[in-house]
Design a protein around this ligand. Structure first.
Ligand code: ADP
Ligand code: MG
Length: 213
């Protein structure tokens, strides 16, 4: 299976979500690799180096790929390949999305983020990507329930799928990233549980799709 993480903007939480999913799927016994396609930044590759220096388990296979095609060619060797995309991906991420079973598009609550991401999703659709496999995830969220509701209403009007669970912006998660951890590995149980629950919801979605296929 292939899950891609796509956004036109940088800093929305693609790499954070890729790390979380990698850790949780590996814990569940899957063979997983993260393809770091953000070769300019190499954020996930650097994170993996910090993780290895800290001796954290499980080991997360991460590899930089210069092209999407090369990453996809390797995908067969894994149960799950996570395509951690760059900002401003080529063709708006079409190459990644085309081969993916699920396209995750992180967004914040603000219109600046939402509008850009909805536009990117529509572009993917126009280029032939099935709307059903595009799912938004509210990431790096700070704000009130009313902001959450307003953002959900916006996506409903735009006819965009979004997960119920969110990935909150928290200093402890940022510090965890600094130490080579994913959000579900940081020491606060409440944050661990919340992060793991988001990954589980995404895993469940994948299983349901697999069963239906
Ligand atoms: N839930 C979160 N809480 C705190 N910091 C976060 C969270 N998600 C991401 N970050 C931090 O925000 C920055 C951008 O996130 P990142 O996942 O690298 O975005 P992208 O891959 O979309 O560019 C990074 O410094 C990352 O550590
Ligand atoms: Mg990134």
């Amino acid at each position: 299976m292939i899950i891609s993480l796509i956004s036109q903007k940088g800093g929305v939480g693609k790499s954070a979500l890729a790390r979380l999913l990698a850790v949780e799927f590996i814990r569940a016994g899957w063979q997983v690799k993260i393809a770091d396609l953000d070769t300019m930044q190499g954020t996930t590759t650097k994170w993996k180096a910090r993780r290895d220096r800290a001796g954290l388990q499980p080991e997360i296979p991460v590899e930089k790929f210069a092209t999407v095609e090369r990453a996809i060619r390797e995908a067969d060797r894994f149960d799950l390949m996570l395509l951690d995309g760059p900002a401003h991906a080529e063709q708006g991420g079409r190459g990644m999305a085309k081969s993916s079973d699920l396209v995750l598009m992180p967004t914040g609550y603000g219109l600046d983020d939402l509008e850009a991401q909805v536009e990117a999703a529509y572009e993917l659709e126009e280029s032939g990507i099935d709307r059903a496999k595009i799912w938004f995830v509210f990431c790096r969220t700070t704000g009130s329930p009313s902001e959450d509701q307003a953002a959900r209403d916006y996506l409903k009007r735009a006819k965009i799928n979004v997960f119920d669970l969110v990935f909150p912006e928290l200093p402890s998660i940022r510090q965890g990233h600094n130490a080579g951890k994913a959000a579900s590995e940081i020491s606060f149980p409440a944050v661990q549980e919340r992060s793991a629950a988001l990954a589980a919801a995404i895993a469940k979605h994948m299983q349901t799709k697999k069963a239906a296929a």
